[in-house]
Design a protein. Structure first.
Length: 581
């Protein structure tokens, strides 16, 4: 078997494999690379010693059985027999479902999550978006502090469990998307700096020195990240990747890393005949990310639309702190602008940032499916002091309104696990750092952050307390009882309508025709022949729909037909989807 590692600053490299040592030599024609042959089979433990130093795990390790600080293990991907074919479904018409393996079930494993995939198939979603799976110290955590970017967290089940999960999802007709983190690595268990210039002081991020995308040595770092992305798509048959916080990827090269990544993924899609895609998370509101490369864009396939979330959240809750302040003056007007224009901040002034923010989106040329719309995400719930969901403070009727706006909007909708039944469990920030000093620093930092905003210190959950993770696990008894079951039926109904009526997946942002009343708190809009109305106020609202006698396709509450003038009386905190007579 061929072993190779990039270590440009080392004078000698020794492979330690199953208790034996093998000297590696410089790889011909590959400056900085060391290579050599050694007999090995699946599961054999190995690592590299640089210049006689400690044995370290392989930067490209496919498996870390004993955690990030342990030896790597050989993984033979050819040993797995695939039983299901990928559904071959791209983003147009998709409904995504964000899922954290460690809290989706009490067991917190990929196999246990696979056992619940039937629920998602019945719900009608098309893709499961898994939060990061790369190894991190300890057992439980969000996953955004991973340190081995080619491997699967062993407590989740390791590489074979991910393959079983993907096979099970594909058998249900579900695609699988993985959240990957390229902008930083975790603070504990990161051995990359010992091997080469994976990080650079040229740029700094909230996590310290930036990942090296443009300084000397960055060619290999880029290949490392692109190779990791392609491995997830190829070796595990994933259907797409979500790229975490791409605004934190500092890159001054003429050919940006993201553009090179998109080109490589498109090439793999053409090679495999599968519609692979990349979804960016970015707070820049820059549509150039999703513009075609031939038109001067990066060529990514979609990006998150936080402005839609912020406008919707503000309209539902009335919250106005932090970034919600920009949307609180006229929340329905802000929401309407997002529904018809993509971004609320499109070069306009942001009071939260104290400057103009964003760039206009060409509504006539950008397909709406390239923007993801959502009412809740792991970020927007977990980064609250108590990890409280919308269900903690809203009536079932308002939760139904949130679902209606998310699932009938022109964007690609995304749900956060448990949202579909109004889960009563929070989703809190939890960690399992094995370094006592780091654990205490995280604990103090979390409390300091929220006590500065008026929370009592004892109210802020301790991230290191196992009970914090336990509270965040979904309660699977809830979907079978009211009021959760009623909301779950509503989500199923809306998703079924989205799949049935092409008007609801029309990608034309210019075609949506809205009307709203800020004071009465209602919003209505047309999607082709369909009409959608939501009443966020507590009192019935008279909503003018115009001519015609539409029929009710779905209604949260019983209601009569519009009067002869075309005015519909919609009960308070309720919603309806109407079709042609």
């Amino acid at each position: 078997m061929q072993f190779e590692v990039w270590a440009p600053q080392a004078a000698e490299v020794t492979l330690h494999l199953s208790g034996a040592e093998h000297a590696l030599g410089p790889a011909p024609g590959r400056p900085g690379w060391w290579a050599g042959q050694a007999p090995a089979r699946d599961g054999d433990r190995y690592g590299y010693a640089l210049d006689g130093g400690p044995v370290l795990p392989d930067p490209r390790s496919r498996r870390q059985p004993d955690g990030p600080d342990g030896l790597s293990a050989v993984v033979d991907h050819t040993r797995h027999t695939w039983t299901a074919h990928p559904p071959g479904r791209g983003l147009p018409g998709a409904v995504l479902y964000e899922l954290h393996v460690g809290t989706y079930t009490p067991e917190g494993t990929l196999d246990a999550a696979a056992g619940r995939l039937g629920h998602l198939a019945r719900l009608g979603v098309t893709h499961v978006e898994l939060m990061p799976l790369c190894p991190f110290p300890g057992r439980h955590g969000w996953g955004y502090d991973g340190v081995a970017l080619w491997a699967v967290h062993e407590p989740y089940g390791g590489p074979e469990a991910l393959k079983r999960f993907v096979d099970a999802a594909h058998a249900e007709g579900l695609g699988v998307v993985l959240d990957v983190v390229h902008n930083h690595l975790g603070p504990d268990g990161n051995h990359l700096p010992a091997f080469g210039p994976y990080f650079t002081e040229t740029h700094h991020t909230p996590w310290g020195a930036a990942v090296n995308l443009d300084a000397p040595g960055s060619d290999e770092v880029r290949d490392f990240l692109i190779g990791s992305a392609l491995a997830w798509l190829r070796d595990y048959r994933l259907d797409g990747l979500r790229l975490d916080a791409v605004h934190a990827l500092h890159d001054d090269r003429a050919l940006p890393f993201l553009e090179a990544l998109a080109e490589a993924v498109d090439a793999l899609a053409a090679e495999t005949g599968r519609p692979l895609f990349l979804i960016a998370e970015s707070d820049l509101n820059d549509p150039r990310l999703i513009r075609a490369r031939g038109e001067g864009g990066t060529g990514l396939h979609a990006q998150w639309n936080d402005d839609f979330h912020h406008a919707l959240h503000t309209a539902l809750t009335g919250e106005s702190q932090g970034y919600y302040a920009d949307f609180a003056k006229a929340p329905l007007a802000a929401l309407t602008k997002c529904l018809t224009g993509g971004f609320f901040h499109d070069g306009t002034y942001s009071s939260f940032r104290g400057r103009r923010h964003g760039r206009p989106l060409d509504r006539e040329r950008v397909s709406a499916h390239r923007l993801l719309g959502y009412a809740q995400t792991h970020d927007q719930i977990g980064n609250r002091a108590l990890g409280d969901r919308l269900a903690a403070g809203l009536s079932p009727g308002l939760l139904a309104c949130a679902a209606t706006l998310t699932l009938t909007a022109p964007f690609t909708p995304m749900l956060f696990m448990g949202e579909e039944w109004g889960a009563g469990t929070p989703w809190q920030y939890f960690t399992d750092h094995t370094d006592p000093e780091l654990a205490e620093a995280v604990r103090r930092g979390r409390r300091r952050e929220f006590t500065a905003h008026g929370w009592a210190e004892e109210e802020v959950p301790d991230p290191q307390d196992p009970a914090t993770r336990a509270r965040s696990c979904l309660d699977w008894s809830e979907p079978g009882r009211r009021p959760h079951s009623r909301l779950l039926d509503w989500y199923r109904t809306l998703i079924a309508l989205r799949h049935r009526y092409s008007d609801l997946t029309d990608p034309d942002l210019t075609a949506l025709r809205p009307a709203f009343d800020e004071g009465a708190r209602w919003l209505a809009f047309r999607r082709g022949d369909l009409r959608i109305a939501v009443n966020l106020g507590p009192e019935p609202a008279a909503i003018p729909l115009g001519r015609g006698r539409p029929r009710v396709l779905a209604a949260w509450d019983p209601l009569g037909p519009p009067d002869e003038a075309g005015v519909l009386t919609l009960p308070g905190e309720s919603c309806v989807v109407l079709g042609q007579a």
